[in-house]
Design a protein around this ligand. Sequence first.
Ligand code: ZN
Length: 433
Amino acid sequence: MLKVHALGGYNEVGRNMTCIEVDDEAVILDMGLYMDRFIAVQERGGEMNRKVLGAEDAIPDDAPINAIRKKVKAILVSHAHLDHIGALKWMASRYRCPIVATPYTAEVIKKHVKDTERIVSVNVNSSYTVSKKMAAEFINVTHSIPQCATINLKTPYGNIVYALDYKNDNHPTLGQKTNISRLKKIDNVLLLIADSTNAEEERKTFSEHIAKEMLKDIIMGMETEGHGMFLTTFSSHLARLKGMLQISKMLGRKAVFIGRSFYEYISAAENLGMVQFSKDAELIKNAGKADKKLKNLQKHRDEYMFVVTGGMGEQKAVLTRIVNDEFPLVIEPQDFVIFSCEVIPTPVIQANRKILEQKLHRKQARLFKDVHVSGHASREDLRDLIKILSPHHILPAHGDLTKTAAMASLGGEMGYELGKTVHILQNGQKIRL
Ligand SMILES: [Zn+2]
């Protein structure tokens, strides 16, 4: 008997969590936050616990698997984005089993769970034995964070390929390419759980290399002399940060990364020897406690390139606080503000970002938006993935109904039948295969 329980990420982009039940055992795939709701709770203030976050839909609801909780043999984690790991802090203690992830993901998770001895680190392109019945292979794929894995769960009923999140970047600027040759060798794929985030986008998602060239085009090709330069992106996007650092050197300015979450992701990568940012750049963890330093940076502002947190307009992030004049480092007219990110299309985030942009306009900054390529496969990459794996069944995940339906329609174009071989589930529903 094999059942798939859709617990989170089937009604929204975020709070990903799936449970695979195989006879008398089970594994959980990811345990993430719904960032929009999480930010709303954070900004409202007050106590944060599982109950509060659950009531606000900020974390997955695992009640549907209450009866099988003791059967769970492992929590397998695909990558270190908060919409895949962020709920571990609040929910992992409900399960007595190892939390298994690639080394970088494991390093980041250490800051999220108390009992760190539970965390098992598995190299990319290696396997972890879950039990006599099951093994999990962590296949290296590209995304927008290092060491993202497509997990191939081997069960007695066939292989289940969990491809959240997935991109096929042929020219990654950090880490290895997607291990296509390994994906091609997997046979008997019973089920593909697919990343539907960009399933509506009729194209190929461009390489990270393209994003770097776009940034270079602005930074190296425009009248920047004498002006402040502020860049922002997702703090976990190490490849993008690396590109920014390289471009700052070309420009002859020193990069300064400001913000607590930059510090966390960069230091995790430095601990593992994956990058060496602090050799060439400055890292300011807590801008609120760096007045003297920021005053000095403000004085010599045209010698630096500031990379700050806050691309989504989060109220406590550095860019928002700079715009609100909370620091000695300020935005002056004609300063460059480059958003090397897209706006996550959820209500709270969109509203926050709009407010931030209005304030920047009042400061007469020059805005550059969407200097970005996505970390998620588009429709044509997904078509390739289905071709490569030829799964018996497809389960669209990581999206609301418009996105999962787009993925299902792609399945339809490729001969899959809705309800029979391609399945649309809502959070809390399950299927038996
Ligand atoms: Zn992700």
